[in-house]
Structure formats: structure tokens, C-alpha cells
Design a protein around this ligand. Structure first.
Ligand code: COI
Length: 363
């Protein structure tokens, strides 16, 4: 894609900013958004930062009928040293393009998108909360906008980035959450869209999520779509088990989301020389480990959830309490390390963070 001039239209009146203790997750949005359009003839064109506003889309747009859409989630952090940091944003943009490929959406120029993203954050930098445990959640997404009801890929798209100041993803904060092992519905199957970040995967999870909520559990633990036997992932995070001093996580198999926090945790565990296995893990094995007293910790990893300890697993009407419903030492160490690197409180020996210049970015 040829280099294109980014147009910046600033809002005249800023919105009031929420207090840190009322942030929650994904409720408030900043003053600006990024928008860019695509047609087969023009490629991606007209990148612009404009005041945050509703968009007008024709009701025949393909996104509404066939769900041709992808999204990403990443965060910016305001460090106590005054720097604004992004955590492995190049990984998110690479994954966005893999999701695009799966959904037959044209690729974006990753380096250029990163520059636009940094510029948007720079424009709305006053919205990045500074309190411990808060961040600016960044939601890039692409929707198919061609107005035609034929079942073929769209020739027109919109790429939008919105920003939301957030606190903890779960109401429990860093306290362990309860998870319901889902045995009826499935999230994905190999060959499907499970490893892409696309809206339909999440829409298809809501039915099971309702059951989890009715059982007083925060999320669902998905089993594989064929045998309903092997563990895949939790609603909005990848999952890890510490058994007898060693760590186990489901291997990426085409139907599991390749999480960037998951990848970082694996790299940390290798570095700390804690034995870690990416493999097929059956729910029977986990229940067996619980019964024999060797299941020491369960935790989830994700951009939104960071490192989230699991205190209870519910499987076939029975509840299995993990680590006395307390946050385990490994989950705590990972949380402190990941968030320490993200916020700049700890050194970043892996080169995972990128700082954002708060002056204009040269595009
Ligand atoms: C994320 O962790 O960024 C996610 O996208 C999960 C969820 C909020 C959809």
C-alpha cells in the first residue's frame, strides 16, 4: 500500500473522563477514533482520525448478514516514568492479518497501521488512566460494508480503531474466578474459525455464557468440538494448569485462539526454567489431578484478563475448588512480571514494549 497522508480532525469539546474506580471494562470511549476505507479498486484509502461518533452503514452491508468481520484487542499503559507503552502490538497486527486471511478480508499494512494506532493514542493520551490496574484498551476492527446480499466476500470494508479506558476485566479483579466446563455447546472445531478473532466465535459463545452466569460462574471452559473431551480455552482467555510443579496448556490446534499473553507466559516460563508442556489435555486428566491433590493452580491469560486465577471449576454438576480459592504463587509471579513489563515498572529484557512519542508521529 502506498504511503497515505493521515488526516486528523480534532473534536472541539472533549467528553468528561470517568474516575478510575468507575471504569469497569469497555464502557467508556475516548474523544477520537481512527477510520480507513477499502474497495477492490482503491485498496485501503483515506486514513483519518476523527471525533468519536456513530457510523452510518447501509442495512444491506455484508457484515450484518454474514458476519464478515475481525477484531483485535491490545492495551496502552501510562507508566510512572511518564512513558506510554504498547505491549507487543506487532503481534496483534500480525494476528489481525491472519484473521483477515481466514475471513477473506484484504490484509492491512502492519507497519503503517501501527503508526496510525500510535498517532490515535497520542491524540487521546489524556484518556490513558494512570492508576494501578488500569490501561487504555485498544479495539481495532474491520467490517464488510458492501451493500449486496450475495454470499461472496465483500469488495468494500471499513477499518476502525476505538479506545476505551479500562480497569479489571472481571468484577472479581485479581481474585480467583469460577469457570463452568461446558459439555453441550462447542466454540469451534478444527478447520473452522476458532483461531481467528472474529465476532461470530463470540456470538456463538453467549448461549453457554448464559449457563455459566446462571451457575454463578464468570466464564465457560470450552472442550473440543468433536469428542468433548480435550480442553481448548476459556471464553476470553487461554488456560494453564499447574500440576505437580509443571505447567500444562492446550497446544494450538487450529481451533484455539493464539493469545499474545499466552505466548508471553510460555516465554517467561521457559526463561524461569519451569517445565511447561503444550499438549492435548483432557478434562478427565484435570479432574484426576484434582482428586489426587496434584492440581496446584489454574489460571487464564489474555489481553483483557491479563493473568486471571481460577478458584473453582464446575464440571458435571460438581464443583472442584482450586488452591483453596486463593491466587497461586505462579499466577501472582506471572501477573507481577507481565504487568510490570507492560507498565515499565520492571525492565523489559525481551523487547516486548514499544513507547509512543507524545508529539506528532511522522507518517
Ligand atoms: C482480549 O483479551 O483482548 C479479548 O479480545 C477478549 C475479549 C475481551 C473479547
Amino acid at each position: 500500500m502506498a504511503k497515505q497522508m493521515l488526516e486528523v480532525m480534532k473534536s472541539v469539546h472533549g467528553k468528561p473522563k470517568p474516575e478510575a474506580d468507575e471504569l469497569g471494562f469497555g464502557t467508556y470511549f475516548t474523544d477520537h477514533m481512527f477510520v480507513m476505507d477499502y474497495t477492490e479498486d482503491q485498496g485501503w484509502y483515506c486514513p483519518r482520525i476523527i471525533p468519536y461518533q456513530p457510523i452510518t452503514i447501509d442495512p444491506a452491508a455484508k457484515v450484518f448478514h454474514y458476519g464478515q468481520t475481525v477484531f483485535e484487542g491490545l492495551k496502552a499503559y501510562h507508566g510512572s516514568d511518564g512513558e506510554i507503552r504498547l505491549f507487543r502490538p506487532e503481534e496483534n497486527l500480525a494476528r489481525l492479518n491472519r484473521s483477515n486471511d481466514r475471513l477473506s478480508i484484504p490484509p492491512v499494512d502492519e507497519a503503517q497501521m501501527l503508526a496510525y494506532l500510535k498517532e490515535l493514542i497520542s491524540v487521546d493520551k489524556e484518556w490513558i488512566p494512570r492508576e494501578v490496574g488500569t490501561s487504555l484498551y485498544i479495539r481495532p476492527f474491520i467490517i464488510a460494508t458492501e451493500t449486496k446480499i450475495g454470499v461472496i466476500p465483500s469488495y468494500a470494508y471499513k477499518f476502525i480503531i476505538i479506545l476505551s479506558p479500562v480497569g479489571a476485566y472481571y468484577e472479581e479483579g485479581m481474585d480467583p474466578v469460577g469457570i463452568l466446563v461446558e459439555d453441550e455447546y462447542s466454540r469451534a472445531s478444527r478447520g473452522g474459525t476458532g483461531e481467528a478473532k472474529t465476532g461470530g466465535n463470540y456470538a456463538a459463545s453467549f448461549k453457554a455464557q448464559e449457563r455459566a452466569t446462571a451457575s454463578n460462574k464468570s466464564q465457560v471452559l470450552w472442550l473440543d468440538g468433536i469428542e468433548k473431551k480435550f480442553i481448548e480455552e476459556v471464553g476470553s482467555m487461554n488456560v494453564f494448569f499447574k500440576i505437580n510443579g509443571e505447567v500444562h496448556t492446550p497446544m494450538l490446534n487450529g481451533s484455539i485462539l493464539p493469545g499474545i499473553t499466552r505466548k508471553s507466559v510460555l516465554e517467561l516460563l521457559h526463561d524461569w526454567q519451569i517445565p511447561v508442556h503444550e499438549r492435548r489435555i483432557s478434562i478427565d486428566e484435570i479432574i484426576g489431578a484434582h482428586r489426587s491433590g496434584t492440581l496446584e493452580e489454574v489460571f487464564g491469560t489474555g489481553t483483557a484478563a491479563v493473568i486471571s486465577p481460577v478458584g473453582v471449576l464446575q464440571w458435571e454438576e460438581k464443583e472442584y475448588v482450586i488452591n483453596n480459592r486463593e491466587t497461586g504463587t505462579l499466577a501472582s509471579r506471572l501477573y507481577e512480571t507481565v504487568t510490570g513489563i507492560q507498565t515499565g515498572e520492571l525492565p523489559d529484557p525481551y523487547g516486548w514494549t514499544q513507547t509512543i512519542a507524545t508529539k506528532e508521529v511522522v507518517l
